[in-house]
Design a protein around this ligand. Structure first.
Ligand SMILES: Cc1ncc(COP(=O)(O)O)c(C=O)c1O
Length: 451
């Protein structure tokens, strides 16, 4: 019987490893080299054997500070006691309740909980799936079925997933779909208000970026995808894989206006930004814009595979019975984990911590930028979704390696030299200070080596 853990209980220490660590690491690496799809790609061939809070332990005995949270997934930290307890409890009751056969208790409780968390009460009809890509597939179907139109407009630099429909909407890197076309047709691209997308200097003021991007959208709707053929505009309120660029509130409002004028659905992909990541429950709240459809996943269930789509009841009603579903859709254990995660977030004011730690992170990175203006061109993001953009290609990867050597795991992103920080939302002040010290040492070491 697994030990019971209380919701607010202390984080247990990492178990200590026994046995010949180097041998098991070599064995894992050999299995990976010979039998795991190389198409996966990996930061390095290491194995995480356990995790608690912000720390992970590797099979070769290293303890690392994790500023990736599994790409924004383990928002309450690894093995959070409240989530572990909910998983254990549900796994002992019933693991799999197929959604076309019956509902499960955590499924319905979760829906009830989410109704109260949405940015607008109009978003009140839910469908759960397993991954962000799948949830975007569902959003495509819903938008097309409701509007009876085919075309989708997406942002330059967007990432919506790797399944065929979601990959067709993706514009952040060709490696996500190269050699696997033809992808779903009827997808058109417009500029995100980011200087690279518009080909203007990094110093271009925000209102000018928005003006240029809105102009491009108007052209897209006049020259590529007629409004009467356009089902939806998809946007990540903070461009994720495309470089951690927040969409200005005025751009979100302009999109809302365009969609309202033409009967186009505004779809917010909150897969990475949702559930507190940007300092609000959902990133659309920063602009006050209510999307017609919202897609979420990642931080929702603290590591269990669960995603969702929410929309208005009248829009969801456009989908005939049986047109949405899936064997594992809304798995009971995953729903129990999401219920525990979202309840914990509400009861413990996790957002206050996100905003305090975000201010600490921004302050540290901006100090570094002011010391190295020729090396760091931008510090940006929202909440605990923050990035540094370097001036020189490759610097992000060198700094990432230097951070790893000093015990901090961070990720790169984008086709530009961007390094991103997405720690668990419960990161504390000391952990943030430790990370900032490592980032600083690493950037300075890379700069010194280049001289
Ligand atoms: C904004 C966004 N949409 C969709 C996805 C795809 O989600 P998944 O990897 O769960 O399929 C991601 C994943 O990183 C994402 O960041």
């Amino acid at each position: 019987m697994a030990p019971s853990v209380s919701e607010a209980g202390p984080v247990a220490p990492l178990p200590t490893k026994a046995g010949p660590e180097s041998q098991s690491t070599a064995r894992y690496q050999s299995i990976a080299r010979n039998h795991i799809a190389p198409a996966l790609g990996r930061l390095r061939d290491h194995v995480f054997t356990s995790g608690r809070g912000l720390r992970v332990e590797t099979s070769d005995g290293r303890s690392l500070l994790d500023f990736t949270a599994g790409i924004g997934v383990t928002s309450l930290g690894h093995c959070h006691p409240a989530v572990t307890e909910a998983i254990v409890k549900q796994a002992s009751a019933i693991v799999h309740v197929q959604c076309a056969i019956a509902l499960s208790e955590p499924y319905t409780d979760l829906v009830e909980q989410l109704v109260g968390m949405m940015p607008s009460p109009s978003l009140d009809s839910f469908f759960f799936w397993n991954s962000g890509s799948e949830a975007n597939e569902a959003a495509i179907k819903i938008a097309r079925a409701h509007t009876r139109r085919n075309n989708i407009v997406v942002m330059q630099g967007a990432y919506h997933g790797r399944t065929s429909g979601a990959a067709a909407l993706t514009r952040s890197k060709t490696s996500f779909f190269a050699r696997s076309g033809p992808l779903m047709p009827c997808v058109f691209t417009t500029a995100f208000p980011y200087w690279h997308a518009l080909g203007v200097p990094a110093s271009t003021p925000e209102d000018e970026l928005v003006r240029l991007a809105v102009h491009q959208l108007e052209q897209t709707l006049q020259q590529q995808s007629a409004p009467e053929d356009t089902a939806a505009i998809f946007i990540e309120p903070v461009l994720g894989e495309g470089g951690y660029v927040p969409a200005p509130a005025s751009f979100m409002r302009a999109l809302r206006g365009v969609c309202d004028r033409h009967g186009i659905l505004l779809v917010a992909d909150e897969v990475q930004t949702g559930f507190g990541r940007t300092g609000r429950t959902f990133a659309v709240e920063h602009s006050g814009v209510t999307p017609d459809v919202m897609v979420f996943a990642k931080g929702f269930a603290n590591g269990m595979p669960l995603s969702g789509v929410v929309t208005r009841r009248d829009i969801m009603a456009s989908m005939p019975a049986g047109s949405l579903g899936g064997t594992y859709s809304g798995n009971a254990v995953a729903c129990a984990a999401a219920l525990a995660t979202t309840r914990y977030m509400q009861r413990h004011d996790v957002l206050a911590n996100v905003n305090a730690r975000s201010a600490q992170l921004f302050a540290g990175l901006r100090t570094l930028q002011s010391e190295l203006p020729d090396v760091i061109v931008d510090v940006r993001g929202a909440g605990l979704m923050v990035a540094l953009e370097f001036t020189q290609p490759g610097t992000n990867k060198l700094v990432q390696d230097a951070c790893y050597d000093r015990g901090l795991v961070v990720l790169t992103t984008s086709i530009y030299p961007v390094l991103r920080f997405i720690p668990a939302l419960v990161v504390d002040e000391a952990e943030m200070a430790e990370a900032l010290a490592i980032i600083r040492q690493s950037v300075l070491a890379v700069v010194a080596a280049a001289i």
